[in-house]
Ligand binder design. Structure first.
Ligand code: 3HC
Length: 297
């Protein structure tokens, strides 16, 4: 059964934020048969998301992984207005990794949406409970943490808190399975399972590049071929977004107070220069051509 033949656990899902994660989540939700309202105030971002979803669906259809790409695309309605999330029975946020911004968004949505609408955050490292506390629906508030690129990655971390209603957890797990993905249950601790282990590794790789242990290409080839990873850590840094990794590192550094979580200077300098990885065209690699090309360090 392909994703678009599985019945959805939700009829209407709103996805707030249409960056690389939000766009992927919107696509994955629409593929379950749900109607999706993808909200982003930024017109250019919405246009990029539309383009990316179209391309991704065409690729998946080519491989027989979705049967009705046009149907999936047609189920995603884009909007600039947060009020349009009102009919959703599930809202997933994928905005910037910033607690104040997320809490402000949830406060607004708590007024807009009926009390039985389930809220889920795609946070990678911030407390789910602290976000839930900005609403009056802690029992219907959980984490659904997706991985980039969403249409290709088989995992979703499902993050619960002490206040979560087990029925809500069950519905969220059913949704993840309907997407054809595997849920992993995690408690509400910084980075959950994957980022808690992955981010220190990415920071170590950046420090190794900084120390000129090897070239970018050799560092990545080392981990790809020597450890069987699908891509090397420097390419993965570009893929995830250098700014995103720096934000997560800062959150971990504040939470765990360990030196290994401090973002290395090479990464903060790249962010300062606007070199954010694949999404900005430049990071450890130049992404503007057909294939990524390692840039001199
Ligand atoms: N939609 C549809 N198809 C896609 C796609 C997408 N979004 N992205 C890639 N593909 C397709 C490619 O077009 C390619 O198709 P082809 O075989 O017909 O040419 C196919 O998938 C394979 O891609 P590639 O040949 O480019 O390379 P790979 O075989 O290496 O697969 C990958 C790509 C799935 C991205 C793989 O490299 C991978 O798994 N990399 C690691 C990704 C990872 O670790 N992600 C997690 C990051 S952490 C995170 O997201 C958490 C956050 O909180 C920070």
């Amino acid at each position: 059964m392909t994703n678009d033949e599985r019945p959805s656990a939700f009829k209407t899902i709103a996805v707030i934020g249409t960056g690389q994660m939000g766009a992927g989540i919107a696509q994955a939700c629409a593929a379950t048969g749900a109607h999706v309202i993808a909200v982003d105030p930024d017109h250019a971002q919405r246009e990029r998301a539309k383009l990316g979803i179209g391309k991704s669906l065409a690729k998946l259809a080519e491989k027989g992984l979705v049967h009705d790409p046009a149907g999936i695309e047609a189920r995603i309605k884009f909007s600039a207005k947060i009020d349009d999330a009102e009919p959703a029975d599930l809202v997933i946020e994928a905005i910037v990794e910033d607690m104040a911004a997320k809490r402000a968004l949830w406060e607004e949505l708590d007024v807009i949406c009926p009390p039985d609408t389930i809220f889920a955050t795609n946070t990678s490292s911030l407390s789910v409970g602290e976000q839930a506390a900005a609403t009056d629906r802690a029992a219907a508030f959980l984490g659904l943490h997706f991985f980039n690129p969403v249409p290709m990655m088989a995992l979703v971390e499902v993050v619960s808190t002490d206040a979560l209603d087990p029925k809500v957890l069950g519905r969220a797990i059913a949704l993840v399975r309907t997407m054809g993905k595997t849920p992993v249950l995690a408690q509400d601790t910084p980075g959950f399972v994957v980022n808690r282990l992955l981010v220190p590794y990415l920071l170590d790789a950046a420090r190794a590049a900084e120390a000129k242990v090897a070239t970018t290409t050799d560092l990545d080839a080392g981990m790809k071929l020597g450890a069987g990873h699908p891509m090397g850590p420097l390419m993965l840094l570009d893929f995830v977004g250098i700014d995103t990794v720096v934000r997560i590192a800062d959150i971990f550094h504040r939470a765990f107070k360990e030196e290994r979580h401090r973002a290395p200077a090479i990464l903060t300098a790249m962010v300062g220069r606007g070199e954010l990885g694949r999404k900005s065209g430049k990071g450890f690699y130049d992404w503007t051509g057909k294939e990524p090309v390692a840039r001199p360090l």
